[in-house]
Design a protein around this ligand. Structure first.
Ligand SMILES: *[C@@H]1O[C@H](CO)[C@@H](O)[C@H](O)[C@H]1NC(C)=O
Ligand SMILES: *[C@@H]1O[C@H](CO)[C@@H](O)[C@H](O)[C@H]1NC(C)=O
Ligand SMILES: *[C@@H]1O[C@H](CO)[C@@H](O)[C@H](O)[C@H]1NC(C)=O
Ligand SMILES: *[C@@H]1O[C@H](CO)[C@@H](O)[C@H](O)[C@H]1NC(C)=O
Length: 385
């Protein structure tokens, strides 16, 4: 009898850690908290465990990002982040309070970020299976949800209202706001544009959805919807759907989806198998906008896809690859997509030379037009300039 009891107890103890995780329904009580770098606290999981909310360590340094990520897949892709993407040090804490909702504080207890606005008392938090962290008040009313404050990614069932914005990151590993935006304008157009990092001034759009009708506003867009089965469209006031890309999306039972404004300015919808054994085991692009960002950003002011003086080539996935021309090098060696500057040694050369770059153009920056001309005349003119 005692053997049976012991045996049962043993099994129970063995099962305990698994069953506590498996039993989560995504609910997080007021007063609960997670500390960055503390391995004894687990992230807050959604009921299906598709998504987690908590701190993720960035690279090898001691910095942590408060974020939501796809929990079950190997690369644990981050789909939302707090604090405008600025990471925090080990010992920082996030908790849920009734009055302010989510509060992120540094190891000294100073508040760094909170979920605003919170207009009613919070009853509990919930990591939903759709990927949104929700704060719920009395009467089960949603007071705040991360889906309403997107960062660089949209997920199925997420809606972007008129005035909504996605910001690209600075780079793959730096989540601070970068210089590309996806905006749903008040006039109904969904646009991609670059901006000035200092003033936030928006430069001309390099993609637009054509969902603006100046004559008849009922034909104008007012919402971007990423629906459950993976289709993304602008909804017009007359209830027409304008798909961002007419395409067939693989079945939602088998695949996760996301649409991300990549750090290089390309908006891409991806899919990823839900099970481990299926291929491919990574995020596969379904479509990207624009078609060729190297030529589609053609502004009179501001940087284009790459930095100043940089050469842009497009890869098989419509992503730009930036490189400096001969005699130039990166101003910031860590920023491959940044500006190129003449390498020091070349300044003192008495003799100039011309090198041939195939299929390369610097549009809108021609000094002169010689017409008629020949290659020989053009070369001599340049060398004597
Ligand atoms: C989730 O589980 C907790 C405790 O296990 C329970 O108190 C709460 O009512 C549940 N919430 C929902 C929304 O089912
Ligand atoms: C991210 O980039 C910004 C702008 O270049 C910089 O100020 C910040 O320190 C970077 N953050 C990290 C964590 O490296
Ligand atoms: C505006 O567009 C809607 C939907 O296309 C159409 O039904 C309506 O007649 C139009 N109104 C005018 C004034 O043209
Ligand atoms: C999502 O949108 C597509 C395109 O309009 C439509 O065919 C599909 O039925 C929608 N899915 C759901 C779940 O409404």
């Amino acid at each position: 009898m005692s053997y049976v009891l012991l045996h049962t107890l043993f099994c129970f103890l063995l099962l305990l850690p698994f069953s506590t995780i498996a039993q989560t329904n995504g609910t997080v009580d007021v007063g609960a908290s997670i500390t960055a770098g503390d391995r004894s606290t687990t992230p807050w999981l959604s009921a299906s465990q598709d998504f987690a909310f908590g701190f993720k360590q960035l690279q090898d340094n001691n910095l942590f990002l408060l974020c939501i990520w796809y929990y079950k897949i190997p690369d644990q892709t981050i789909v939302w982040y707090a604090n405008e993407g600025v990471p925090v040090s080990a010992g920082s804490k996030v908790g849920i309070t009734a009055g302010k909702g989510l509060v992120l504080s540094d190891p000294q207890g100073r508040e760094l970020w909170s979920s605003t606005p919170i207009l009613n008392q919070v009853a509990y938090g919930s990591m939903s299976d759709k990927g949104s962290f929700v704060l719920v008040g009395g009467g089960s009313v949603n007071i705040w949800e991360s889906f309403k404050y997107p960062t660089d990614t949209l997920l199925p069932t997420q809606i972007m209202e008129s005035g909504g914005v996605l910001f690209s990151r600075q780079s793959e590993k730096n989540f601070s706001r970068g210089r590309f935006q996806l905006r749903l304008l008040g006039d109904g157009n969904l646009v991609l544009n670059t901006r000035d990092l200092g003033t936030n001034f928006a430069y001309d759009a390099y993609y637009w959805s054509n969902t603006y009708d100046g004559v008849n506003v009922t034909n104008s867009g007012y919402r971007v919807i990423f629906n459950e089965t993976g289709y993304i469209f602008v909804l017009t006031r007359s209830n027409q759907r304008e798909l961002l890309r007419p395409t067939t999306v693989p079945p939602s039972g088998d695949y996760y989806y996301r649409a991300t404004l990549n750090f290089d300015g390309v908006l891409t919808q991806y899919y990823h198998p839900k099970t481990e054994n299926a291929d491919p085991k990574t995020w596969t692009p379904l479509w990207s906008e624009p078609d060729n960002i190297c030529v589609d950003i053609r502004a009179n002011q501001g940087r284009w896809a790459c930095g100043f003086n940089s050469i842009c080539t497009i890869d098989d996935y419509q992503r730009p690859s930036c490189s400096c021309p001969e005699g130039y090098s990166l101003l910031d060696p860590n920023d491959k997509n940044g500006d190129c500057t003449p390498s020091c040694g070349d300044y003192n050369r008495d003799l100039y030379d011309l090198s041939v770059l195939i299929d390369t153009d610097w549009p809108l920056s021609d000094y002169e037009q010689l017409n008629p001309s020949s290659e020989e005349v053009c070369r001599n003119s340049c060398l004597q300039d």
